[in-house]
Design a protein around this ligand. Structure first.
Ligand SMILES: [Zn+2]
Length: 90
């Protein structure tokens, strides 16, 4: 990603992230970036403690795939629904 694109990234506070549907994610040096349904740009997930680094786990189970995140620093957890993410081969 170019520096110009990076400048467009906005932080998403974990406490304000309820109901967000994640289309994709990537972990980068400066934090965890989410592609969110209905938003043209990626958002960086920010914790209550101010850090943006998360331990990420994808969970494929009913009622749909989910993204489980927990803060590297303080352990705060959150869960997001995922959409358009392919299931692992059976
Ligand atoms: Zn934290």
């Amino acid at each position: 990603m170019s520096a110009r694109e990076k400048a467009l990234v906005e932080d998403l506070a974990v406490d304000a992230s309820g109901g967000v549907v994640v289309l994709g994610w990537r972990a980068a040096e400066d934090g965890l970036f989410l592609r969110i349904r209905g938003q043209p740009d990626e958002a960086r997930l920010r914790c209550r403690c101010g850090r943006c680094h998360w331990i990420v786990r994808e969970q494929f189970s009913e009622p749909g795939p989910r993204l489980l995140v927990s803060c590297h620093n303080c352990g705060v957890r959150s869960t997001f629904l995922m959409e358009g993410v392919s299931l692992p081969a059976p």
